[in-house]
Ligand binder design. Structure first.
Ligand code: SAM
Ligand code: SF4
Length: 360
């Protein structure tokens, strides 16, 4: 049967890019159903049908980088740059606590200043002194020493997408100025693991120049790096970036969501007890994109807790959903959506990935 073939391929020690491409290209109804039920079986068995909320606080959009795909890039002069105050961040943490979210994600552009590091450490300590919330940071590449300080202050998870596992493709997506190096990013992931963080990584799907082969490479990379958490999302273009209206696509726009779903399913089957996010970018392409993510194996959703007045300044891409809904409205809408796909919310729990404890 199709299920048997997929399982056979994915459990083989000699699994290679060609096998994965063949699964990524499956497109009949029967094939998609088979992949989806396999992923859901593993999910049910290994992580249960529980969705964990991570309240997302986009606390600064100041960034030293110029990634060709991202609306926050330094070269985009149309962005009003901000950093939330400690009070604003603590208010968002209050909300997360009151609504029984288990964890927070503090995300920002890449700022390597001393002042930024001090700020992050101070805020993390403050939150930890008030609440028993899990804290994830996603502040780009930093020195090992800075990562240490983040960890010591109480953050225990870190998200750093590799973006693409192909060094050649990485070069095509970033300027050649010494600040955007694949090896640096890779070394950051290694440092984070060494320090003891639960580490998350992932990639984008459907960026110019990217092929199915590259995506298969991303899957193998995430498997071999043994990351605990995964964030995969479709690429969505932004008019303030060099990749706006690019002609260098090899993956068609309509393929992105389906490909992301297939990737999530394959990663669930391969890596089993990791946490996989159903990302906001999926909801941009399809009203029910995030629900679909849950039904292909994802188990984490990141409701946005960034104060409304700053959301419009944190646009990685345009048409970001929920720009005008505050966190409590968002909550109601999400609860209904999650119940509609038959899952429950893991209120009050950190929801650490079991994979981490197996690995350490
Ligand atoms: N600056 C940090 C970093 O790059 O790791 C964290 C913030 S950054 C905005 C978070 C993620 O957004 C990136 O890892 C990238 O994968 C994603 N992203 C950036 N531009 C995007 C776009 N146009 N479409 C979809 N995702 C995008
Ligand atoms: Fe900055 Fe991150 Fe956007 Fe790159 S992806 S420009 S590092 S915010």
């Amino acid at each position: 049967s199709i299920q048997y073939n997929i399982m056979n391929m994915l459990s083989s020690p000699s699994l290679n890019k060609r096998d994965i491409v063949s699964i990524l290209k499956m497109d009949t109804r029967e094939e998609m159903d088979a992949l989806q039920s396999l992923a859901m079986e593993v999910k049910q068995e290994r992580v249960n049908r529980i969705v964990y909320f991570r309240g997302l606080i986009e606390f600064s959009n100041q960034c030293r980088k110029n990634c060709f795909y991202c609306g926050l890039r330094k070269g985009n002069k149309g962005v009003n740059r901000f950093r939330l105050s400690e009070e604003e961040i603590l208010k968002a943490a209050d909300f997360a606590h009151e609504n029984r979210y288990g964890s927070l994600v503090l995300q920002s552009g890449e700022d390597q200043s001393e002042d930024f590091t001090d700020f992050v450490c101070r805020v993390v300590k403050q939150i930890k002194s008030r609440y028993d919330l899990g804290i994830t940071l996603s502040c780009g590449e930093q020195s090992e020493e800075t990562y240490h300080r983040f960890f010591e202050s109480g953050a225990h998870r870190y998200l750093l997408r590799i973006e693409t596992a192909s060094p050649d493709l990485y070069e095509k997506w970033h300027p050649e100025d010494g600040k955007h190096r694949f090896v640096t990013r890779l070394n950051c992931l290694k440092s984070l693991k060494k320090i003891g963080f639960q580490v998350g990584s992932g990639s984008m799907v459907g960026v110019p120049y990217q092929t199915y082969e590259d995506i298969a490479g991303d899957i193998l990379f995430l498997r071999d790096m043994r990351v605990d958490m995964m964030g995969i999302g479709p690429f969505i273009e932004h008019s303030g970036t060099p990749f706006y209206r690019s002609e260098a696509y090899s993956i068609r726009q309509e393929e992105r969501l389906g490909l992301t779903l297939r990737m999530i399913a394959i990663l669930r089957i391969l890596l089993k007890d990791v946490n996989i996010a159903s990302t906001t970018a999926m909801q941009v392409l399809d009203k029910f994109g995030r629900e679909k993510g849950l039904l292909f194996g994802a188990n984490v959703i990141m409701p946005n807790l960034t104060p409304l007045i700053h959301r419009k300044d944190y646009l990685l891409y345009e048409d970001k959903p929920c720009l005008n809904e505050d966190a409590s409205q968002c909550n109601n809408c999400l609860e209904a959506r999650i119940a509609s796909v038959g899952e429950t919310i893991g209120y009050g729990e950190w929801g650490d990935p079991l994979h981490f404890f197996r690995r350490t």
